[in-house]
Each structure stands twice: as structure tokens, then as C-alpha cells.
Design a protein around this ligand. Structure first.
Ligand code: SF4
Length: 236
């Protein structure tokens, strides 16, 4: 928790700089705790940054209810991007509704249809996008930097909470009365689609409940990976 005030000030400064230098910029919110911190900062400081979420069709009801809570709290409507119905139907008909349990390839194909393709649509036309990723979240994010050159989307990708700890996130949420996903109180530190996320036990890695049947190294959905690698970085 030491230097939290400095980390918060830096984060606000980064968000202000994004709004000023990279307009139009968007924030991709998964509606989890980190993303509620960024939502609160963006809306509290009236920053010119759009907020969207990927409605995959497989989210928990607790996650979906966050959309109403954001509307009630901030009078702001998060923009939703959904997968193409034809692609979803084709996958389900060919492989089954829950074929993502069968192999990493089937899981990645489901993520491609339900997350990656809608993300590409959501990002189109912007100069930068923002995520709530933190270094401490998983082995796949250990080298995460504040700013990455997202070559695939031809824009900058900025992770303003890179240095934040989990304690920082919850300190901000509790100090500012920020609404948060009820699943966090039920053992879900990391939240994704319902069939691919489970609660974790004390002492487990915070992302252990995501795609728990896979190796830790494969646990990304394709939103933060280009050509099989986490995308490279430079400072803001
Ligand atoms: S997280 Fe699971 S249900 Fe959601 S898009 Fe990926 S594989 Fe499909």
C-alpha cells in the first residue's frame, strides 16, 4: 500500500494524457474490479474516453448487472459489442455449445468469435485503447508495461494500472464507494465468461479460476496477444 497516493496520481495523469493526446481513445471494460476503478476515474474526472464492454453471450448475471449499476451511479451507458450471431451459431452447430473444454484450439476459437472479433470492431477508428490489466495478475502478465505498441490494431494500448496491487484496487474501491461485481465477494478475483471462470481457494493464483483446465501459459483470450506473443512496450 505504500506510495498508493503517488500511484493514483500517476494513473490520473496517464488517463488525462490519453484523453488529450490520443483522442479518440476507448477503455475496454470487463466490468471486474480493476475496470471499475478505471471507470470511476474516467467518469469522475469527466475524461473524453469512451467505455465499452464485450457482451460475449456467456457472462454471469452478476457481471451483466454491473451495466445497470454503472448507469445508476454515473448516468453513463457502457457501449456493448456482441459477437456475430452467424459465427456463434456455426461454432455451436459444428462443435457444441461448450466445445471450449475440448482443447486449447477450440477454446481460442470460441474466444476469437465471442471476444476478439467484437474487440476489433470496438477498437476500429481509435488511436488508443485502455485496459485494466495489472502485472501481478498472472504469469502471462508479469512483463506488462504501461504502454504497448499494438501493431495488430495500429494503435497504442495503455494499461494505467500496471503497477497497482490487488490491495490498491480494493483500497480505491472502498475509499470511493465504487460499485463492484458481486462475484468478487464469492471467491472470484478474476472474472470472465461464466463457463470458463470458477471461484478460487485461499492461496491460489488470482487467475487460477480462469480456464482452470489449461496450463497457466495459455491463459489469455487473444485480446492481449499478437502472433502468439504479448505485445511489446514503451513508456508513455
Ligand atoms: S471465455 Fe470461454 S465462453 Fe468466453 S469466449 Fe472464451 S472460450 Fe468462449
Amino acid at each position: 500500500m505504500s506510495d498508493f497516493a503517488a500511484r493514483l496520481a500517476t494513473t490520473i495523469n496517464v488517463l488525462e494524457k490519453i484523453a488529450a493526446d490520443f483522442s479518440p481513445a476507448v477503455f475496454a471494460s470487463s466490468l471486474a474490479a480493476e475496470d471499475m476503478v478505471l471507470t470511476d476515474l474516467i467518469l469522475r474526472h469527466k475524461l473524453n474516453i469512451g467505455i465499452f464492454s464485450l457482451e460475449t453471450g456467456r457472462l454471469h448475471k452478476e457481471t451483466l448487472s454491473m451495466l445497470d449499476r454503472i448507469k445508476e451511479t454515473y448516468a453513463y451507458e457502457v457501449k456493448l459489442y456482441k459477437p456475430e450471431a452467424e459465427a456463434v451459431n456455426s461454432y455451436v452447430q459444428q462443435h457444441g455449445l461448450n466445445a471450449f473444454y475440448d482443447s486449447v484450439e477450440m477454446r481460442k476459437e470460441c474466444c476469437r468469435i465471442r471476444k476478439v472479433e467484437p474487440l476489433n470492431r470496438a477498437l476500429f477508428g481509435n488511436k488508443a485503447w485502455i485496459t485494466g490489466q495489472r502485472r501481478a495478475q498472472s504469469t502471462t502478465r508479469a512483463e506488462l508495461a504501461l504502454q504497448e505498441d499494438d501493431v495488430a490494431h495500429a494503435m497504442q494500448k495503455i494499461n494505467p494500472l500496471t503497477d497497482w496491487s490487488e490491495d490498491d484496487v480494493w483500497h480505491y474501491i472502498r475509499s470511493n464507494n465504487v460499485p463492484y461485481n458481486a462475484l468478487h465477494d464469492k471467491g472470484y478475483p478474476s472474472i470472465g465468461c461464466e463457463p470458463c471462470t470458477r471461484a478460487i481457494q485461499a492461496g491460489e493464483d488470482v487467475r487460477a479460476g480462469r480456464w482452470w483446465w489449461e496450463n497457466p501459459e495459455s491463459k489469455e483470450c487473444g485480446l492481449h496477444v499478437v502472433d502468439g506473443k504479448l505485445i511489446r512496450i514503451k513508456s508513455v
